[in-house]
Design a protein around this ligand. Structure first.
Ligand SMILES: Nc1ncnc2c1ncn2[C@@H]1O[C@H](COP(=O)(O)OP(=O)(O)O)[C@@H](O)[C@H]1O
Ligand SMILES: [Mg+2]
Length: 302
């Protein structure tokens, strides 16, 4: 049976898939997959039952593909779907592990910049001393600030990059601005990461996004923000074992070439909520999600 995929509905046109994912959903249908609709706004409001009201009952096991969902809301989505006879192929626990840095970091520690974090509430100010203690366990030098899920990379100077982690005043200023700009969307807490010199640190152009299904790299795309249609070809030898240890069915890793020639993982994400570069053929991802066609399956058995 082709695997069904649940997409976010278009807020203005509730019977349709959100425009951002519409082409991909068409390709899913073309591969024989069923498409269901989730009301992402309702889910984020806390009304999971309303969010799944249009999902046909008894779909079996399905992927979600759409906008990011906070970990607790994803758990509510899974529960609401279960009541309608549909199970998400990624459990809430594994979703969170791939989506939030503290979930994936321990497994990727050897292949990603050193990181420390502190849980915080949105808007919470962290004292300079607390930040200094946190930063002490990182190598000396520059750093990066983000939350468990996102950075403010477009506000690089004021809310992302810390030129010297030992400069507590400077560090506290960047963290304060980051927390301020994240408003109520701050996810989980504040993360400090050691800065590494990638081939083009000021842009994401040199990052490649690797899409992993069941521990295998199945699709290689440029980072969604890249101005180029083709990304670099990373060496995945040291990265694949970490992906396998993470044990999540569908993840992405954004990888970048460090100036010493080593491929590093910039971040990990749950594949269900990872954006696809505009130049990439939606059919390739759709085919991955829906699974092998009956013909492919029977030829594989021969
Ligand atoms: N530790 C780091 N060293 C150097 N550059 C980094 C580091 N972490 C992030 N960056 C740069 O900042 C960008 C955004 O960081 P990332 O962790 O991917 O956050 P986001 O979730 O907002 O994309 C990356 O694409 C990369 O260019
Ligand atoms: Mg990123």
């Amino acid at each position: 049976m082709p695997t069904p995929v649940l997409y976010c509905r278009d807020p203005l046109n509730p019977r349709c898939v959100d425009e951002h994912f519409a082409q991909e959903a068409r390709e899913v249908r073309a591969c024989g997959g069923t498409v269901g609709l989730i009301d992402h706004d309702a889910l984020l409001r806390g009304d999971a039952q309303q969010a799944v009201a249009r999902v046909p009952s008894g779909l079996g096991s399905a992927w979600y593909r759409g906008w990011m969902i906070p970990g607790d809301r994803y758990a509510a989505l899974a529960e609401a779907l279960e009541r309608r006879g549909t199970a998400l192929l990624v459990t809430p626990e594994r979703y969170r592990a791939a989506h939030e840095l503290p979930g994936w970091y321990p497994v990727f520690a050897d292949v990603t910049p050193a990181s420390v974090w502190r849980p915080t509430k949105p808007g919470e100010t962290l004292a300079g001393e607390d930040l200094a203690v946190l930063a002490e366990s990182l190598p000396p030098g520059a750093g990066i600030v983000k939350d468990y899920v996102k950075s403010r990379k477009h506000e690089w100077e004021q809310a992302c990059f810390v030129p010297d982690l030992a400069d507590t005043v400077g560090l506290a200023r960047v963290v304060r601005r980051f927390v301020e700009l994240q408003e109520e969307f701050l996810a989980g807490g504040v993360v400090l990461r050691s800065f590494e010199a990638f081939s083009r640190p000021e842009s994401v152009a040199a990052e490649a996004r690797v899409w992993w299904l069941d521990g295998e790299p199945r699709l290689l795309t440029p980072h969604p923000d890249s101005p180029f249609e083709h990304g670099p070809r990373p060496d995945l030898d040291r990265i694949q074992p970490a992906v396998r240890r993470l044990g999540c069915r569908f993840v992405t890793t954004d990888v970048a070439l460090r100036s010493d020639g080593v491929w590093r993982v910039v971040e990990v994400g749950d594949g269900q909520v990872s954006d696809l570069h505009p130049a990439v053929d939606r059919g390739e991802l759709a085919a991955l999600l829906v699974g092998p066609s009956p013909e492919d399956r029977s030829s594989g058995e021969r």
